[in-house]
Design a protein around this ligand. Structure first.
Ligand SMILES: [Zn+2]
Length: 153
């Protein structure tokens, strides 16, 4: 009597909107890609060839987040021509636990409800193309408060 989620049945081809920005975890949710210095362990956003702390050149990939807090934000009222999001929407700069700041849209949140210090987490945004293929982009959403009140009976 298991109700299997129907998402695993026939997944369409998924393409990430940008190379090197994030990977999808087993649950299909994005993890931001950073770089960690093998020498001094400093972490940087994105893929780096040089450590700015020790000038070491031995950096490895580090997956960042997925949670963080809003460091700053701005609300976009004028939609750009190729934007997949409808204005008004908010772009947040998020401070990740690794000490790195990353910017992305904040969705599932009214612009008036955004605040500095608010807990957010990464979320995949999936857009179906006319071909049926799916482009996966990245956004932040308000954090769901894991490990708190959600009890299952
Ligand atoms: Zn270093």
């Amino acid at each position: 009597m298991t109700a299997a989620p129907d998402v695993a049945q026939s997944r369409p081809v998924e393409r990430l909107i940008e190379d090197g920005l994030f990977r999808l975890d087993a649950g299909g949710q994005p993890r931001l890609i950073g770089s960690r210095c093998r020498g001094c362990r400093a972490v940087f956003a994105g893929r780096r060839a040089l450590c700015l702390s020790s000038f070491g050149r031995q950096l490895e990939e580090a997956l960042l987040g997925p949670g963080g807090t809003v460091h700053s934000f701005t609300t976009v009222h004028q939609q750009s021509r190729n934007s997949l999001l409808e204005a008004p929407y908010t772009i947040v700069e998020v401070l990740l636990p690794e000490g790195v700041i990353m910017a992305a849209p904040l969705v599932e949140c009214m612009p008036a409800e955004v605040a500095i210090g608010m807990a957010v987490e990464t979320r995949a945004l999936r857009f179906t193309e006319p071909s049926g293929d799916v482009t996966v982009s990245l956004a932040f959403v308000p954090a769901r408060g894991k490990g708190g009140k959600a009890h299952q009976t």
